[in-house]
Design a protein around this ligand. Structure first.
Ligand SMILES: O=C[C@H](O)[C@@H](O)CC(=O)C(=O)O
Ligand SMILES: [Zn+2]
Length: 276
């Protein structure tokens, strides 16, 4: 498992592009036939990618967790980005289509992942945080997520924000997770932008053509930095960092948070004219 240390905001002014990416960008999470993990010391979030082909892959555990099994002290959110597949959690099978999310509660001992068709494999994105309580493993399909329309054509940010794991829906110990999809012709996410001092947030961008990129902005509002992100790239936003971006086309992203609380609206809004 790769490790990403936590970062003080003043440190990033001295980092060049490669060093910045090495801290905050994960661009190799999804490898055919493999299970990959990254351990972030920002709120002890573990990110993962699982792409099963002809045979199922199991979650396993890792020395970094010092645990008998992955979910011994953790909860896990699994989002399928690819073809249909099945996730089996302690013997119970859940079918996941694209943009379905399975919440796996603390205490679940065995989790395995399969694809229905190796030619169009399921692509599972994993987001895990420590948990203080056992909660039931629950599937949230795309239709069951709470959808809200946001933005306007004039500001090139018409989008649908779907909340899957949140305080008013399927309860979790820490994790809050959703998917935002931009309409064709809209390119901006999360603008005006915000920080949330009580949570780390991770964005996974997808649905971008190979020739397209998202110009992602991070850093403290008064000294932002940019990262050029491709399809299925992940970016970690520490609690002090804005997280917003504009694409060269429309796209979607999974946003997921963990930390002190689960209040979606507990954000520090940043007025656009304050950004530097
Ligand atoms: O803290 C919340 C997250 O940044 C996202 O929900 C924002 C988002 O999806 C958007 O504005 O498009
Ligand atoms: Zn946010």
């Amino acid at each position: 498992m790769q490790t990403r240390e936590a970062t003080h905001p003043a440190e990033i002014t001295a980092l060049d592009t490669d060093a910045l990416r090495a801290r905050f960008v994960v661009d190799d999470l999804f490898q055919p036939g493999a299970v990959r993990f990254v351990y972030s010391h920002e709120d002890r979030i573990v990110l993962g990618g699982v792409v099963p082909l002809d045979s199922p892959l199991s979650l396993g555990t890792d020395d970094a967790l010092y645990a008998d099994y992955f979910c011994q002290r953790r909860e896990l959110a699994i989002t399928n980005l690819g073809g249909t597949g099945t996730v089996t959690a302690d013997g119970v099978e859940f079918a996941l289509a694209a943009e379905d999310v399975l919440y796996v509660g603390r205490g679940t001992r065995e989790v395995s992942f399969a694809s229905d068709d190796a030619a169009n494999p399921a692509t599972y994105y994993l987001f895990s945080a420590t948990a203080h309580t056992d909660l039931p493993t629950t599937l949230v399909t795309k239709d069951q997520a709470a959808a809200t329309a946001a933005g306007a054509a004039e500001t090139a940010n018409r989008r649908t924000i779907r909340k899957y794991l949140h305080q008013e829906g399927v309860g979790t110990a820490q994790v809050v997770l959703g998917i935002t999809s931009l309409e064709p012709g809209s390119v901006w996410n999360t603008m005006p932008c915000h920080t949330h001092g009580r949570r780390t947030e991770v964005y996974l961008y997808y649905g971008l053509g190979p020739e397209h990129r998202v110009v992602h902005l991070m850093g403290e509002p008064r000294r932002t930095r940019n990262l050029m992100l491709a399809d299925r790239d992940v970016v970690i936003s520490p609690s002090w960092s804005v997280h917003t971006g504009a694409g060269t086309s429309n796209y979607a992203f999974v946003w997921a948070m963990a930390g002190e609380n689960q209040e979606f609206d507990d954000m520090q809004q940043v007025s656009t004219d304050a950004l530097r």
